[in-house]
Ligand binder design. Structure first.
Ligand SMILES: NC(=O)c1ccc[n+]([C@@H]2O[C@H](COP(=O)([O-])OP(=O)(O)OC[C@H]3O[C@@H](n4cnc5c(N)ncnc54)[C@H](O)[C@@H]3O)[C@@H](O)[C@H]2O)c1
Length: 387
């Protein structure tokens, strides 16, 4: 029986996947697994039973990843589970930028009591007219889970789409519509496009990538969308560009003190993943990752340990070892098993930066003494035998 604790409300369709072998606990200190959304975990002390943390969502800056790794706790996230929600908001953002739908709706509200609204509308509506998306050039920077969906949807809207991603994965490349132009440099995309949307992670080389220089290369009256992270866009530079009219509209999912209230900014209160479907998808993916890890030892979508999969655990026992990525670990593990005259049926070892993971299927039972000896090897962080 595994105990899990939810630090935030987690969608029930996800929790329903945790079957009769799982019980919810209100005490995080006794949990085998924690499900979390945005609760801050940096100051939390972790119980000795804690094996895994699953973040229902993508960003993990609320979790102390290295400390978890050192304590032998595997942290998972759910990449791509909310991609469709963000894609739909990006399309909505482009439509809101193309015509003054927001201004028009606000104007109508002011005439709530006026019986002549129908007549006045016909006179005033030209103030809110705009353009269509069809035929416009869209540049998509970052062709991952979200960027690919945005690019493909924009093709269906009749846009001429340019994609830029120097590190695009094979999986994303397969999913990308062949009608998308491959921009070889980001500058090419800046120069060509009427709309530019950013879907990259916040990394050292992407922070502030939309800055004064980048904007200077863009067309006059360009529309920029940022539903990825606020830090990707230099806030002072985007405000200056809106004030000068160089950028006609900036659609962002991240209110900051600089941008709120600036003419031409459409500021959304971080609603990208706030859909029932996204929350359900994230919770389902998080629960599936936890189950596979707790029951089979498999790691999928971890952010602090390598992904590693040996399929479903069979009849025999499975030893799983989280350890430091240093020489002679495997030799010591197999040496101890050899001392006990134990046969290894299957073994996998994967590493990621300073950490590594070894899974060993054995034909005979693992004694408490062997478990203890494996645990006491220098560099071993946690040993778990799945019986
Ligand atoms: N608004 C929201 O609520 C919301 C929700 C989910 C994700 N996001 C954000 O959206 C962004 C994209 O998420 P995702 O799930 O598509 O991520 P992803 O990891 O699937 O894709 C990111 C892509 O960016 C590419 N990339 C990295 N550096 C690049 C660079 N310098 N230039 C061009 N491409 C680069 C990568 O190769 C990858 O293909 C992230 O910043 C994420 O935090 C926001």
């Amino acid at each position: 029986m595994y105990k899990y604790h939810c630090l935030n409300p987690i969608s029930q369709v996800g929790l329903d996947q945790l079957d009769e072998n799982y019980v919810k606990t209100e005490d995080a200190a006794e949990a085998d697994a924690i499900l979390v959304r945005s609760a801050k975990m940096h100051d939390m002390e972790f119980g000795k039973n804690l094996k895994a943390i699953a973040r229902a969502g993508a960003g993990v800056n609320n979790i102390p990843l290295d400390r978890c790794a050192d304590e032998g706790i595997v942290v998972f996230n759910t990449p791509g589970a909310n991609a469709n929600g963000v894609k739909e908001l990006a399309i909505a953002g482009m439509l809101l930028a193309a015509r003054d739908i927001i201004g028009g709706i606000n104007w109508v509200q002011e005439y709530e009591e006026d019986g002549d609204i129908a007549k006045i509308t016909e006179k005033k509506k030209k103030a809110f007219a705009g353009t269509e998306l069809q035929g416009k050039k869209l540049g998509v920077i970052g062709l991952g889970a979200i960027g690919v969906l945005v690019a493909n949807a924009a093709v269906h809207l009749g846009m001429d789409v340019y994609g830029y991603d120097p590190y695009v994965s094979v999986d994303s490349a397969w999913r990308l519509s062949r009608n998308i132009h491959h921009a070889k440099t980001v500058d090419e995309l800046y120069k060509e496009c009427d709309y530019i949307t950013v879907h990259v992670p916040a990394l050292e080389d992407t922070k502030g990538m939309i800055n004064k220089h980048a904007i200077s290369l863009m067309k006059d009256g360009v529309v920029i969308l940022n539903l990825a992270r606020d830090v990707l866009v230099n806030q002072e530079d985007i405000v200056d560009a809106l004030v000068s009219g160089k950028v006609r509209c900036y659609v962002t999912d991240f209110p900051t003190k600089e941008i709120v209230g600036v003419k031409g900014a459409i500021v959304i209160p971080h609603l990208g993943a706030s859909t029932e479907e996204s929350e359900d998808n994230c919770a389902q993916m998080a629960a599936a990752e936890l189950r596979d890890f707790l029951e089979n030892g498999n790691i999928t979508h971890s952010v602090n340990y390598p992904d590693c999969n040996m399929g479903e655990k069979g009849e025999g026992e499975r030893i799983t070892i989280l350890h430091r990525n240093i020489p002679n670990m495997l030799g010591q593990f197999t040496g101890l098993l050899a001392d006990k005259n134990m046969n290894i049926a299957l073994m996998t070892n994967k590493s990621r930066k300073e950490y590594a993971y070894t899974m060993i299927d054995v034909d005979t039972d693992v004694s408490a003494e062997l478990e203890e000896r494996l645990s006491s090897i220098d560099g071993v962080l946690k040993v778990r035998v799945i019986r």
